[in-house]
Design a protein around this ligand. Structure first.
Ligand code: FUB
Length: 467
């Protein structure tokens, strides 16, 4: 009897994880190939770029003894993009601690924000314990370079200098807000890489903890932030001036025991407004044991006439986001473009994933990526694929020292099979070849699932296309 009870409780412990929700009904985290945090949106033309922090997966933590500890292991920053808000393309590491030669630690790539001014991209980054630095690039993808060789701001007497948020006002004046647990601001010069005047500490804004996100909309200034720990939630204050006084206006998403840390990013895109934040929902699919393995989620917000923002429910209590346009399968679609792909991994070509900062390259800019670490039962889900009058052929570029079958299904992993491609060895993991399959019964708009089975050895996927 005792044995039976013990077995039961062990079982309960092992099963202590979130059951996989229905992806058609629940608003799940945006990315699965990596743990992400501190979302920072930037709209460029018809594309929304999202810069994020990167919580290392256990296999990327160099110190064997730390692999399963709960702390922050953050070495580089990631970039993602979308044009439809539901299918996202990964662009890999956009910069890392290595890009700041003056760093004093090999961990601490905390929340960044990238802004664009006069065709240049400025990435503001805290080097935890060593102030805030800035990198500059000619493209949102980088390569980013450090023009200063030292911090832009550094209050040496404490470690409060984190979470920079930069906004350029209509009159051309740029401001930087930052800080935990206090809020600081300063003016930036037009060059965006030097400060103008002193650093000011604001009077405490009710419920402020960290992660300020500073912007202006409809003549009102907004300071959204992570509210007092723990659990942190998403709150905001408003002002009629860029430097305050700030009035607490309420929660955008109120605290819940399902979350812990948080960090807002807010933007308008294609006529709608979005809030991004972070949670542990992806990790909770594997375990409820706490680790800093976070995931970024998003949803729509609206503004009332007086500029205030009505509260929205917790991410998982909302429906999946609405798709802004259908995906065209008749053009090259990168394998790392997806709405869901849990279990898969990704890397920039020629750059191994590593948590060892000294082995990381300097920021390299845009590079082709591949999907790897494919196991039986895993899949890539693409939402709202417009097959039009009908597809006849599926082609996929892959490199393999093993093999696998890619079964194409409509609307679920168990949905109508429209084709099946066999990927065989190409002789090397760097030798990409095309594999194809006949396609039938695929017309109009469906979700498309690339389902992986019969996986043997290693297979890497570059891109695919329908004909
Ligand atoms: O990601 C590390 C830190 O956690 C960020 O700088 C804070 O905003 C919180 O998200």
């Amino acid at each position: 009897m005792l044995l039976a009870v013990c077995r039961l409780s062990l079982c309960a412990q092992q099963d202590h994880r979130m059951p996989m929700p229905d992806l058609n009904k629940v608003n799940m985290p945006l990315f699965q190939t990596k743990y992400t945090a501190d979302p920072s949106p930037l709209v460029v033309g018809d594309t929304l770029f999202l810069y994020t922090s990167h919580d290392a997966s256990p296999e990327d933590i160099p110190d064997e003894k730390e692999k399963n500890s709960a702390g922050f292991f953050m070495y580089d920053w990631l970039l993602w993009s979308t044009t439809d808000m539901v299918n996202w393309t990964e662009h890999g590491a956009v910069a890392s601690l290595k890009d700041f030669k003056w760093r004093s630690r090999e961990n601490g790539a905390w929340a960044i924000q990238t802004v664009c001014r006069d065709g240049k991209y400025y990435l503001y980054a805290p080097l935890h314990g060593h102030g805030i630095g800035v990198l500059v690039a000619d493209s949102p993808y980088g390569p980013f370079r450090d023009p200063l060789g030292e911090p832009l701001v550094w209050q040496r007497e404490h470690w409060n200098d984190i979470d920079p948020s930069v906004f350029v006002d209509d009159d051309g004046q740029a401001y930087m807000y930052w800080g935990n647990p206090h809020t600081y601001w300063c003016k930036l010069n037009r060059d965006m890489i030097s400060t103008d005047g002193p650093i000011t500490q604001l009077p405490h804004i009710p419920n402020y903890q960290e992660g300020p996100w500073f912007y202006k909309r409809g003549g009102h200034y907004y300071l959204s932030f992570a509210t007092t720990c723990c659990p942190e939630a998403l709150g905001y204050a408003m002002s009629e001036n860029p430097t305050g006084p700030w009035e607490w206006k309420g929660y955008i998403m109120r605290p819940t025991e399902r979350d812990r840390g948080n960090h807002p990013g807010i933007c308008d895109f294609k006529g709608r407004s979005y809030v991004f934040g972070q949670n542990y929902d992806l990790m909770h699919l594997d375990t409820y044991i706490h680790h800093e393995r976070r995931s970024v989620s998003a949803n729509e917000i609206v503004y009332l006439e007086d500029g205030t923002i009505p509260e929205i429910p917790y991410w998982l209590d909302q429906k999946p986001m609405q798709q802004l346009h259908w995906l065209n399968p008749y053009r090259r679609v990168e394998a790392e473009t997806m709405a869901w792909g849990k279990g898969l991994k990704s890397a920039k070509m020629g750059i191994p994933n590593t948590g060892v900062v000294k082995d990381m390259p300097e920021s390299v800019g845009k590079r082709n990526m591949y999907i790897c670490d494919i196991d039986d039962g895993e899949y890539i889900r693409l939402r709202g694929v417009d097959f039009g009058a009908g597809a006849r052929q599926f082609r996929i570029s892959a490199a393999a020292t093993g093999s696998c079958t890619v079964t194409l299904c409509l609307d679920s992993e168990e949905g109508t099979v429209i084709g099946s491609a066999k990927i065989g060895t190409t002789g090397s993991l760097d030798a990409y070849k095309m594999f194809s399959a006949k396609v039938k019964d695929a017309c109009s708009v469906h979700d498309l699932y690339l389902c992986f089975g019969d996986v043997k050895g290693e297979v890497r996927l570059d891109w695919w296309q329908m004909k």
